[in-house]
Design a protein around this ligand. Structure first.
Ligand code: NDP
Length: 386
């Protein structure tokens, strides 16, 4: 029987890689719903190619264009929060959560509350909602499959083992485009330099997060929630080649790792076919050509975002929600050319100084804290620019 799938964020980097795999295996998948933010053309093209039944565009000003582009097909065009939730919690039993940022939180929760199998790329939603999301998944019988290559690697390494036998998790990080750059070069980094990741082709936001190492900080919090380990049992290791995607150390001293060429279609395929596997066109790993793999400790002086994220995890309460919201606003400001690269971490740290609120007790609380933080950081930016 074909697996019925929906993709939230179908026009993005993860979304298009997911579509690429689905279109290579049309006998395995039926596409039910696809969503995008504002890219009506990309969404309509994907919906036509896959014979999707529902296409949802988050920005209502693009609905008319979407309708025009879908004319003559059986695909319904829609917009608005209800339509996004319908895409997430409709007929598909498997949902790819690949919207960028906390904007994906409500639809991800809709999929979870409908008990779906959720392939989770949208790490910001999990960082913001944390235990609320994990608890909801348990309560509603939803399955969360990690798509982030590091968490997918850990998920693969943990298969068949008991959680009490795990000593620690080791998340690898490429180090981003500024790993070997001088302090001065980092201070002068442009948006174009920051998004030019050495190993992965990704959306702009996660590329900047990789350059600040905030991405690894978000992944640390993501790993804590997905695998239930405290901060002091999750290490970060810089590995510039991005071949070892992460490792698990067990209590007997054994270490398991998952390796592969840096191609998101590998972890996406693992989630798409889970609990089976499927073929992908990813380049095969040729270790004899690569010859050596390097590892080093992250430099927390040069990349303070990682230290700040770990502190937010250890502080818990509202801190991870604030960390994520502040980072989203700061990254958008940097990409818009409003301030220097190094200001991103400093804005996030300032926002966290206000982190007095307790842990959010509902998704509405998360959204409220997220909104308040966005306003606060926008004010900080405004004050700096004038
Ligand atoms: P992209 O920016 O490439 O794509 C984001 C997707 O979300 C697009 O479909 C976009 O639509 C849609 N979108 C943007 N804003 C909104 C909104 N307000 N409401 C609804 N939809 C919206 O991001 P990536 O694919 O790179 O990343 C997606 C998620 O996956 C992120 O959370 C990222 O951290 C995570 N991830 C990404 C990896 C990668 O390799 N790219 C690796 C691991 C995790 P539109 O095109 O119309 O703007």
């Amino acid at each position: 029987m074909k697996r019925r799938v929906s993709i939230l964020g179908a026009t993005g980097s993860v979304g298009t890689s997911t579509l690429d795999l689905i279109e290579r295996s049309p006998d395995r998948f039926d596409v039910i719903a696809l969503t995008a933010g504002s890219d009506a053309q990309g969404l309509a093209d994907a919906a036509r190619r896959t014979s999707a039944k529902l296409a949802v565009i988050a920005d209502p000003s693009h609905l008319a264009e979407l309708e025009t582009r879908l004319a003559g097909t059986d695909c319904r065009a829609a917009t608005g929060a209800d339509a996004l939730n319908e895409a997430a919690a409709g007929e598909a039993e498997w949902v790819m959560a690949a919207i960028v940022g906390c904007a994906g939180l409500v639809p991800v929760m809709a999929a979870i509350e409908a008990g779906r199998t959720v392939a989770l790329a949208n790490k910001e939603a999990l960082v913001s909602a944390g235990a609320l999301m994990i608890d909801a998944a348990a309560r509603h019988g939803a399955t969360l499959l990690p798509v982030d290559s590091e968490h997918n690697a850990i998920f693969q390494c943990l298969a068949g083992s008991r959680r009490e036998d795990v000593a620690k998790l080791i998340l690898t990080a490429s180090g981003g485009p500024f790993r070997t750059a001088s302090d001065a070069a980092i201070r002068a980094a442009t948006p174009a330099q920051a998004v030019a990741h050495p190993n992965w082709t990704m959306g702009a936001k996660i590329s900047v997060d990789s350059a600040t190492l905030m991405n690894k900080g978000l992944e640390l919090i993501e790993a804590h929630h997905l695998f239930g380990l405290p901060s002091n049992r999750i290490d970060i290791l810089i590995h510039p080649q991005s071949v070892v995607h992460s490792l698990v150390e067990f209590i007997d001293g054994s270490v398991l790792a998952q390796l592969g060429s840096p191609d998101m279609r590998v972890p996406i395929a693992y989630a798409l076919a889970w609990p089976e596997r499927m073929a992908t066109p990813a380049q095969r790993l040729d270790l004899a050509t690569i010859r050596s793999l390097d590892f080093e400790q992250p430099d927390l002086q040069q990349f303070p975002a990682l230290r700040i994220a770990r502190q937010a995890l250890e502080q818990s309460g509202a801190a991870p929600t604030i960390l994520n919201a502040a980072n989203e606003v700061a990254v958008a400001g940097f990409l818009a050319g409003q301030f220097a690269f190094t200001e991103i971490a400093s804005l996030v740290e300032q926002a966290l100084e206000r982190a007095v609120a307790g842990a959010p007790s509902s998704i509405e609380d998360v959204i409220q804290i997220d909104l308040e933080t966005r306003h606060a950081v926008a004010e900080l930016i405004e004050a700096r620019c004038h």
